[in-house]
Design a protein around this ligand. Structure first.
Ligand code: PMP
Length: 783
């Protein structure tokens, strides 16, 4: 049986490990040992904040098998880039591994993989949702592997179920005669009855080790799987026996737990009846293997007792319990579970191969039916068929990391939002001229997040309508008719708001008479720079000019409308003191101060729920949209009772679908998810990390001029020359397109089109940040 178990594991010191990481892989890092039975693994913490795993293989491990594992990971990352598995780090000259010599003269193969973050499933209580997710992840791994083959795939492996009968010669290590008999019975039955059936089932290379220890979770979701050491070509169904045998152990209702795992698997890859019939036997055989191997191994390696014997008692007990149940009981439960469709986080992807001709025909139809001017993102446009968390899945089944879309801020198709909307749509959808409680509950919860007298909500369907309504409120309340906005502002599509959106104007189109603009307080490229202590005051002084210019035309300001992150101006954060000083001037001239939180609201900026909170101001009117309903059309104006009363003196307000029960259900679900999943603090944490990673890239890539933003709203300004600040517009366009091809979606912004705009759903985590950074590094390197 496997010589890797006899050969002594490598024994490099921490210092030697750090030396290998640096010399061979160019990673300057501290090394920390990780548990491993037959190899030696170290977690590397690099100076640039990145984390890796240095794996030094047991010298008896066949190089071909190591190559299979590496090639499998590369293949899976290509096929399903969203999969939370380790990424292979090559040496600076592109090699997949490096050979090192130990002090004893033996030679070892060292590889480096990315460190996948997450909580181990060992520490997580198994909820039904988590059980389904484990099953779904097991299936997803197998899907990513099904087009993969390697000549070493059918090798001798201790943990290969199909090789279980070989363990009969080891059962004498089990001291308890009753337990030994039970194990022998299972192995005999497997050899005589199960193996012949198993040979007729579909087979492929499988991960074969989705164990508790190897599964990484975040709350109720499986986010990753590590350890490709047991990869083998085997019947597909063997993959499912691993998590079931481990997770039902100690579970109060083991059969129900097995059913959840199976249902999750089945939701991604439909299981065949012949496969379901064998699950019981595969799970008991896996337990029998475990009891045998542990009892045998502990004789050879008494120093490793705790690791080897982990869970041995429970596994023995489980074996006894399963004999009591019998196979039929489990099969019935699994069949029933598969008959009921379940929704899983990592669900199926239907491959509908869309060749170039299909894509071109869709683009042509789009031109004809939607008008030729409707813009498409990316030179290589994305045909999306599904969304899930931070992923957009295209028509070929490829998962693209969405670091651009801020509307689905709690993640694409978040199940809580989807269910709330579906439930409400099936119950009632009506308008605000009737009484329904959800709108009141929503307005209560929304206004509870706002300071001062901001206590009345008016619901509409888009950010444009919200800004249009704010404009009407401001005019009615002040009796004035002038508007002040940023030079590159965008606030929406209605006729009135279009006049307040110079970013949309064609070349040479003048401002309307009643509108004045001020330059964005751009501390990087603008007239006044961040290092100038008077920067905020200088920019605020432009409000005096705008007010004077309106006055000269016979207007006084009704409102100053300001984004809390100046997106279209190039993702600019107003310098401290600017907003308060500007508001003071506008109010002194009789105008209202309106903050457009359509992009900056609902926790995106990390430190605050609303953008204005960072500036210590209380606006008169706040407009909301985009993420409010995670994609369900909804928007709102929040203001004071006095301001609403002023408009109501002039006219009635009613929006047919604004604030309808379905929108409110979406809005409430979004607030729930934001709170439950701690997405605001996550935006702060992941955003800060991502900004610092990109700042580090600036050391190697002189194109990066400035990295700015707040939370998960980030701008990266690209310049050809850091002293002249010549905008690198073409390069920015090329990088956005290249990143799209590398599987990461970002956008482009700013007057010169030279600012990378990064605004992912807030469920973006550190692994996603790393993937984005790697893609950006590569794209910049290729320019
Ligand atoms: N305000 C801001 C700051 C925006 O970014 C947008 C949309 N890009 C709007 C208003 C208009 O919102 P909508 O497209 O929902 O009408």
């Amino acid at each position: 049986m496997s010589s890797t178990l006899q050969a002594k594991a490598p024994a490099f010191s921490i210092k030697e490990a750090a030396g290998i990481a640096q010399r061979a892989f160019g990673i300057q890092a501290s090394a920390h040992p990780l548990d491993s039975e037959r190899d030696q693994n170290f977690r590397l913490r690099a100076q640039d904040g990145s984390e890796w795993v240095l794996k030094i293989a047991n010298p008896a491990e066949e190089p071909a098998i190591l190559d299979m594992q590496t090639q499998a990971m590369l293949h899976m990352a290509r096929v399903d880039p969203g999969l939370g598995i380790p990424r292979v780090k090559t040496t600076p000259d592109g090699a997949l591994f490096h050979e090192v010599e130990g002090n004893d003269g033996r030679r070892f193969i060292a590889r480096v993989l990315s460190y996948v973050r997450g909580e181990s499933l060992v520490d997580a209580p198994l909820s039904p949702a988590l059980g389904r997710d484990v099953g779904a992840m097991t299936a997803r791994l197998a899907r990513a592997l099904r087009g993969f083959f390697h000549p070493a795939a059918r090798h001798e492996l201790l943990w290969d179920l199909t090789q279980a009968p070989g363990l009969r010669e080891r059962t004498h290590h089990i001291a308890d005669p009753k337990r030994r008999r039970a194990v022998d019975d299972v192995l005999d039955h497997f050899d005589a009855e199960v193996l012949p059936q198993l040979r007729q089932l579909r087979a492929q290379i499988i991960h074969n080790d989705v164990s508790k220890m190897n599964t990484l979770v975040d709350g109720n979701r499986v986010i990753g799987v590590i350890d490709f050491g047991d990869l083998i070509h085997a019947p597909l169904i063997c993959d499912l026996a691993v998590p079931i045998s481990e997770l039902i152990r100690e579970h109060p209702d083991p059969i129900a737990a097995a059913a959840e795992i199976t249902a999750g698997y089945h939701a991604v890859t439909a299981l065949e009846d012949d496969e379901l019939r064998l699950v019981f036997d595969l799970v008991s055989t896996r337990c029998a293997m475990y009891v045998t191997i542990a009892n045998w191994r502990v004789c050879d390696h008494p120093e490793n007792t705790a690791y080897i014997l982990y869970g041995i008692q429970e596994t023995g007990a489980q074996l006894d319990q399963m004999r009591e149940w019998g196979a039929a009981r489990m099969y019935t439960a699994l069949r029933r579970a598969c008959a009921t469709p379940v929704s899983v986080a990592v669900s199926d992807f239907t491959r509908t191969p869309s060749d170039e001709a299909d894509l071109q025909s869709l683009i042509e139809r789009r031109r004809q039916r939607l008008g030729p001017e409707l813009e498409l993102s990316y030179e290589n446009p994305v045909h999306v068929v599904r969304g899930e968390g931070v992923w957009l899945i295209d028509d070929t089944g490829r998962s693209l990391l969405d670091a651009y879309n801020n509307v689905p801020s709690v993640g694409h198709c978040h199940p809580t939002v989807v269910q709330a909307v579906a439930r409400q749509a099936a119950t009632l959808n009506t308008n605000t001229r009737y009484i329904y409680k959800s709108i009141l509950e929503y307005a209560d919860r929304l206004t509870a997040t706002m300071p001062g007298d901001l206590s009345v909500c008016m619901f509409v369907c888009s950010g444009s309508e919200a800004n249009d309504l704010a404009w009407r409120l401001a005019k009615a309340h002040t009796g004035n008719a002038g508007g002040i906005v940023m030079e590159d502002a965008y606030h929406g599509t209605t006729d009135a708001v279009y006049e307040l959106s110079p970013a949309e104007f064609g070349a040479g189109r003048p401002l309307a008479e009643h509108v004045a603009t001020v330059p964005a307080p751009d501390g990087y490229r603008g007239k006044f720079r961040r290092n100038d202590p008077q920067c905020a005051d200088h920019y605020a002084a432009y409000l005096d000019d705008a007010i004077a210019s309106l006055d000269a035309r016979g207007f006084a300001p009704a409102m100053f409308l300001l984004d809390m992150i100046l997106s279209t101006s190039g993702v600019i954060v107003s310098p401290p003191g600017y907003v308060a000083a500007a508001f003071e001037k506008v109010r002194a001239a009789g105008g209202l101060c309106v903050t457009d939180e359509v992009q900056s609201g609902f926790g995106r900026t990390g430190d605050h729920f609303w953008g204005f909170e960072a500036h210590d101001v209380v606006p008169d009117i706040v407009t909301l949209g985009k993420p409010i309903g995670n994609g369900i059309s909804m928007a709102a104006v929040v203001t004071t009772p006095a301001i609403v009363a002023s408009l109501m003196k002039e006219c009635e307000f009613f929006s047919t679908t604004g604030g309808n029960p379905v929108s409110c259900a979406a809005g409430l679900a979004v607030l729930d998810v934001l709170a439950e999943e701690g997405l605001q603090s996550r935006a702060a944490r992941v955003g800060a990390k991502l900004r610092s990673q990109i700042e580090k890239l600036a050391k190697q890539h002189s194109l990066i001029g400035d990295v700015r933003g707040a939370g998960l709203f980030i701008g990266v300004e690209l310049v050809r020359d850091r002293s002249t600040l010549e905008p690198a517009a073409q390069e920015t366009r090329a990088i956005v397109n290249r990143m799209r091809d590398l599987g990461v979606l970002i956008g482009r912004e700013g007057r010169h089109g030279n600012v990378l705009k990064i605004r992912p759903p807030l469920v973006f985590d550190e692994n996603h940040a790393q993937q984005l950074t790697d893609a950006l590094d590569q794209a910049l390197g290729e320019i």
